[in-house]
Ligand binder design. Structure first.
Ligand code: ATP
Ligand code: MG
Length: 782
């Protein structure tokens, strides 16, 4: 074994090593959470380059988020040095965007095409519907959703399957076709197109496909369980069955993107698609303490149709899970903040090793407030939020228009921003004129005099606007880097000046955001320059006849910058040094933290209300049948498994008796996932169950004011939960026991903290009373 090889293999177990050393041909690595799948991909890439002497530009590694790609690249730089710069490590979408830009002419685009986001897409759908006179017939959002689904399934309008008589289906197909036409006319694509157009190109132009097959000898995919059909199709084209060097790693139990068209069958059927594929199973989890892993297994075990996998850990049992019971979502947030501070004070876990995951974004506001008040530093991981701000979108719209003046959506966005006296009626007339001529708005503006019904002032203003864009476009053409183009744009458009002139606090913040945007461009330029230096160094090694150029070569800097910001995803934000990370459960996949908090463990929050409702209605013949209710609940369960298995040492699950969410007050029962976790994971023993479980029978008449709503005094913002140390009292040992309360009637004990007659017990009462927290001595056996 050469020294390179041994260093790369040293800290791998035998099956991991087998996967890293696997020679040529397809390979599936299938295993549970935290078993080193991502590590295997990284090491395998390093081994290919270092030991097997594969040129780095022959390797394409696909990850799920830009953030994951960045982390993998950093690891590879450590293992390989500068050579790592020639690897293509990216998401499906950004590698597709890079290839598509090189081949733009083949798909009816130019190289300066822009990428439309969700908001742009919706505008295009609305305009297509208005044009066809059908804006009343269906919700634009629903149509857009259906279009996205068709794209995920790799179907163009002409491939859509519509049953005869399915009027809505026909309508969707019609709008879809018009929508595609509009995008092409604007020299724009949406996210789905990046993959769909590339697949279409590869299917119809074998010569083009051949170039990429020749280039990429090794394709590796992380989180394979979440690929959708169009992504899988792309893989099959680039690395065709039966024998290409396609390595996929994944875990069927962590498939959580079904709503985006991901198909867990891809992983289940991989061995059929690639007959002869080697299958390696990793069974040792290196991440989580035993107790956490056991709890995760308690939950996932109940899912039907799982692949056969084992997962064990030789890590210590570790701490008990902590259950936090709270009055409401505010108390919950404060309790989470308090626990975070306590952990940090103990000195064992740093803020940066802690995370809070929630099911829906709406939960984050209250959590943020509480963390701010408690002075806990945190980062909200919601990558798009910065680029979704109105002023940042305005700036981006100008830039996109500069590289691609045909982009009507962008032009409409900023034609009167900052205000320059171009009113809605004028815009309407320009639009009508452009439509009747079949030209873009920008083109229509080249001769505003010829647009009917415009007065001279309007004509003058339109001319001024057009000249501004034209002069910026010329500047962009020669700009040596992205930042200088951004700077020039901010200067000439007066976007910053006009905000500053407003003089409010809010407008100041918005002006600062624009400066931050400029900062992002500067950072982009620096990274690009560094990559170019590294690439030039390696270029000498490449045989001249081979296409080894970085996929982004020749893309002008401003365009490359725009592409990068268009592709920023929800999970991509960098968590600041020394900060707690807040994110959705979906964004948490692949990550790990010492301590994890899961607030909102309630029916209707997690599992999501939609899944609960679908399940409740599954025997109702009237119920809509567009989703499979059992599958929906199974996906929630997988999401819970993902959440639990992010934790290394501490797992806090939390719920609130009542919660305002989406402007509605709810009393949710505890999550079924909590009920599935065995009591002993919370440190409640069998013995507790028999000896200490006696609910006090000395019940007195319980006055109304002894319910948990009031017994804590007037400071309503104090949470009831007291961390895990209290949980060994009567504790959850009485869980499930039927009890009776003088006032609330019959119920079932959900949880308790404290011990003896004064323990605080959470009971789910029947008869519409719901969850109540009462003092144990007011209960009688039911
Ligand atoms: P997930 O399913 O969550 O994506 P994964 O299977 O990709 O997890 P990794 O993230 O690669 O797992 O590894 C989990 C943790 O275990 C990481 O901290 C990794 O460094 C560590 N690890 C993996 N393999 C080993 C090993 N052989 N020895 C020691 N630590 C390991
Ligand atoms: Mg992983």
């Amino acid at each position: 074994m050469n020294p390179h090889e041994s260093a790369l293999l040293e800290d791998l177990n035998p099956p991991q090593r087998e996967a890293v050393l696997h020679g040529d041909g397809p390979l599936l690595v299938l295993s549970g959470a935290g078993s080193g799948k991502t590590r295997v991909i990284t090491r395998r890439v390093a081994n290919l380059v270092k030991v097997r002497r594969v040129f780095p530009w022959r390797i394409l590694a696909v990850t799920f988020t830009n953030k994951a790609a960045r982390e993998m690249r950093e690891r590879l730089v450590q293992l390989l040095g500068a050579q790592a710069n020639d690897l293509v490590v990216s998401t499906f979408h950004s590698s597709a965007a890079m290839i598509l830009r090189r081949e733009a002419e083949h798909v009816g685009l130019t190289r300066s095409f822009v990428i439309y986001d969700d908001g742009d897409q919706l505008n295009v759908v609305k305009r297509a519907m208005r044009e066809a006179g059908i804006e009343q017939s269906m919700q634009p959002r629903e149509i857009l959703h259906r279009i996205d689904q068709e794209k995920n399934a790799a179907r163009l309008p002409e491939h859509m399957v519509v049953e005869p008589g399915d009027e809505r289906g026909m309508l969707v197909r019609r709008v879809y076709a018009a929508y595609q036409e509009r995008l092409r006319a604007a020299n724009a694509v949406d996210f789905g197109d990046l993959l769909l157009l590339l697949v279409t190109l590869f299917r119809t132009r074998p010569d083009v496909l051949e170039n990429y097959r020749r280039r990429f000898h090794h394709v590796l995919v992380d989180e394979f369980q979440d690929t959708n059909p169009v992504q899988y199709e792309l893989l099959k084209l680039l690395a065709p069955p039966p024998s290409a060097n396609l390595v996929v790693v994944g875990d069927d139990d962590q498939s959580i993107y079904r709503w985006r068209g991901a198909d867990v069958d891809n992983i289940l059927n991989f061995p059929q698609q690639y007959p002869g594929a080697r299958v390696v199973k990793l069974e040792q989890n290196y991440r989580s303490d035993q107790n956490i892993l056991d709890a995760a297994n308690d939950v996932i075990r109940r899912n039907p149709r799982r692949m056969d996998k084992k997962l064990w850990s030789d890590r210590p049992r570790g701490a008990d899970l902590t259950l936090l019971l709270n009055r409401d979502e505010r108390a919950e947030a404060q309790e989470v903040a308090r626990q975070i501070l306590a952990l940090q004070r103990e000195g064992l876990i740093r803020f940066s090793s802690m995370a809070v995951f929630y099911r829906v974004n709406a939960q984050s506001r209250v959590l943020e407030e509480a963390l701010r008040l408690a002075r806990v530093p945190y980062t909200l991981v919601s990558g798009r939020s910065f680029y979704d701000r109105a002023e940042v979108r305005d700036a981006a719209a100008y830039l996109r228009l500069m590289v691609n003046p045909r982009s009507d959506a962008d032009l409409l966005r900023i034609i009167n921003t900052p205000a320059r006296g171009i009113g809605d009626t004028t815009v309407e007339r320009v639009t009508d004129h452009a439509n009747s001529r079949g030209v873009s708005l920008y083109e229509a503006l080249s001769q505003p005099e010829s647009i009917p019904d415009l007065n001279t002032t309007a004509v003058k203003r339109l001319k001024g606007f057009r000249n501004l864009v034209a002069s910026l476009a010329t500047f962009a053409l020669d700009a040596k880097d992205a930042a200088s183009a951004v700077e020039q744009m901010l200067l000439e458009t007066k976007l910053v000046d006009s905000l500053q002139a407003e003089g409010s606090d809010e407008s100041q913040t918005r002006a600062e955001n624009l400066r931050e945007f400029l900062g992002a461009a500067q950072e982009f330029d620096l990274n690009r320059a560094a990559a170019a230096v590294a690439a030039a160094k390696n270029a000498a090694e490449v045989p001249p006849e081979v296409d080894a150029a970085p996929l982004t070569a020749d893309v002008p800097p401003l365009q490359a910058f725009l592409e990068q910001i268009s592709l920023v995803g929800e999970a991509d934000a960098e968590v600041g040094e020394g900060r707690v990370a807040l994110m959705t459960l979906h964004a948490a996949k692949g990550l790990e933290f010492d301590a994890v908090f899961l607030p909102g463990m309630e029916e209707g929050v997690f599992p999501h209300a939609r899944a609960v409702k679908a399940e409740a209605m599954q025997h109702d013949d009237e119920a809509p049948r567009d989703t499979d209710p059992t599958e929906e609940m199974a996906e929630e369960r997988r999401l819970c498994y993902v959440g639990f298995t992010r934790a290394r040492k501490r797992l806090f699950v939390s719920l609130a008796q009542c919660r305002s969410l989406f402007g509605e007050l709810r009393y949710n029962p505890p999550s079924r996932f909590l009920q599935d976790v065995e009591p002993k994971r919370f440190g409640i023993s069998e013995q507790d169950l028999t000896t200490r479980a006696r609910p006090p029978s000395t019940a007195a008449v319980a006055p109304r004011k002894r319910t948990w709503d009031e017994d804590d005094g007037p400071r309503i913002d104090r949470s009831y939960s007291q961390a895990s140390d209290d949980m060994d009292g009567v504790g959850g040992d009485v869980r499930g026991m039927r009890v009776r309360h003088e006032q609330f009637g019959l119920g079932r004990i959900i949880a308790a903290d404290g011990s003896g007659p004064n323990a605080k017990v959470t009971v789910e009462f029947g008869g519409g009373v719901g969850l109540k927290r009462v003092i144990a001595r007011f209960l009688m056996p039911g």
